[in-house]
Design a protein around this ligand. Structure first.
Ligand SMILES: [Zn+2]
Length: 165
């Protein structure tokens, strides 16, 4: 059977880190890298991107993540490949305090879209709950409702049109 050709799909571009592995210039041996985190053995990683972690800032039970490295992931939402960047991990695990075994399952575009949708849903609820709306608020509510409807988050068109009067 002929081997299926794999097409190299471009990585989803991250607004801060770009769409290619970022070489770090740090010298970290592949042994150190493999030892640095249990998950690295089963993943596509880019060893030239490795950076040392400050494990004192990490949130872990037994094993910290001693080194961060760019990791190839596939978005659970849109299926496109993306890179979970070493520097992004440093931010997640040392600044935001995320659990050190957490990994990134969605590309930055899908994450952004989700945040926007969550924000719109909250705004929509808040505007709907108002007893009286100004003209500007009514316009905003209508715009948000249309957007949520287009995206499939409001299924019943009648339900939101009655809110818009
Ligand atoms: Zn995605």
């Amino acid at each position: 059977m002929p081997k299926r050709k794999t097409i190299d799909r471009p990585y989803v571009k991250h607004p801060r880190y770009g769409d290619k592995p970022v070489p770090s210039g740090e010298k970290i041996s592949s042994e150190d890298l493999k030892r640095a985190h249990w998950r690295y053995n089963g993943l596509k990683i880019f060893p030239e991107t490795a950076i040392r972690a400050d494990v004192t800032k990490q949130n872990y039970a037994i094993y910290p993540r001693e080194v961060y490295v760019d990791i190839e992931e596939h978005c659970r939402n849109c299926g496109r490949p993306f890179i979970f960047f070493a520097r992004e991990q440093k931010y997640w695990f040392e600044v935001l305090g995320f659990w050190v075994d957490a990994h990134c399952t969605k590309c930055v575009e899908c994450r952004k879209k989700e945040h926007e949708i969550k924000w719109m849903q909250m705004r929509y609820q808040a505007l709907v709950a108002l007893e009286k709306r100004s003209i500007t608020e009514s316009k905003e509510l209508k715009a948000i409702a249309m957007e949520l409807y287009q995206l499939g988050y409001i299924r019943d068109a009648r339900k939101f049109s009655s809110n818009l009067k």
